[in-house]
Each structure stands twice: as structure tokens, then as C-alpha cells.
Design a protein around this ligand. Structure first.
Ligand code: ZN
Length: 128
């Protein structure tokens, strides 16, 4: 699975976005260590707080299927979809600070590490 293929899958996932309120469609593709890929889209709710982001949808799908080791995450939208704080925290539960995150639109891509997006993360080590 190349980075390019993973980004393309994130755009495929974006098509399934359920976003009747914001109309901001987001897709995510999560590459697991075993080579499997889990897709996610944002799923909005009339009670806005119940909305789930594409990144967390992909991660929760993977974890619920027994996958917890991840290699890369791609996120796609019409505007650069920087992961929100909750998603950054959820990613940090499973991924180290070097974990690569690619955000993409049709015309632009940016690459980050989790450490770029969430420096000094609160992790399980913070509980010791
Ligand atoms: Zn989010």
C-alpha cells in the first residue's frame, strides 16, 4: 500500500460522509501494520455532540476488529482536514509521535507527524 493509494482510499471514504448539517465531507484511510486498511467518514448527528469524525471512525473500526498497530493515516476533504483535538488524542492512544498523518484536498497535501499535531500528548504514561 503506497501513500498515494492510501490517500485515494481516503477520498473514496469521503463519499460515504454523513454530513447533512455541515456539508463538510471527510474521509479517512488507516493503514494497519498487517497491511489491512480501515476506512472512515464523518458521521454527523442532529445532536451535534454525538457527531463522530472520519479519523475516529476509521480507528474505532480497526480497534473493534482487533487491530491496534497502525502505520499511516490519510484524511481527505475539500478543505485541508486537520484532525480535531479529540481525534489527535485518540490517535495518540495507539500511535507514537512519529506516526505519519497526511491531510489532502484535490489540490493540496500536507504531511505531519502526530508529534507535530499533538506535542506533549497525555498518554498512559501520564497516569503513572
Ligand atoms: Zn476529529
Amino acid at each position: 500500500m503506497t501513500e498515494r493509494e492510501l490517500i485515494a482510499l481516503a477520498f473514496e471514504a469521503k463519499k460515504r460522509s454523513y454530513s447533512p448539517y455541515s456539508h463538510f465531507q471527510v474521509g479517512a484511510a488507516l493503514l494497519c501494520e498487517d497491511g489491512s486498511v480501515y476506512l472512515g467518514c464523518n458521521i454527523e448527528n442532529a445532536s451535534y455532540g454525538a457527531t463522530n469524525c472520519a479519523e475516529r471512525t476509521a480507528i474505532f473500526k480497526a480497534v473493534s476488529e482487533g487491530k491496534t498497530k497502525f502505520l499511516m493515516l490519510a484524511v481527505a476533504a475539500d478543505e485541508l482536514p486537520l484532525p480535531c483535538g479529540i481525534c489527535r488524542q485518540v490517535i495518540s492512544e495507539f500511535c507514537g509521535c512519529e506516526f505519519p498523518i497526511i491531510v489532502a484536498t484535490d489540490s493540496e497535501e500536507k504531511r505531519f507527524t502526530l508529534g507535530d499535531l499533538l506535542p506533549n500528548a497525555f498518554t498512559s504514561e501520564s497516569l503513572n
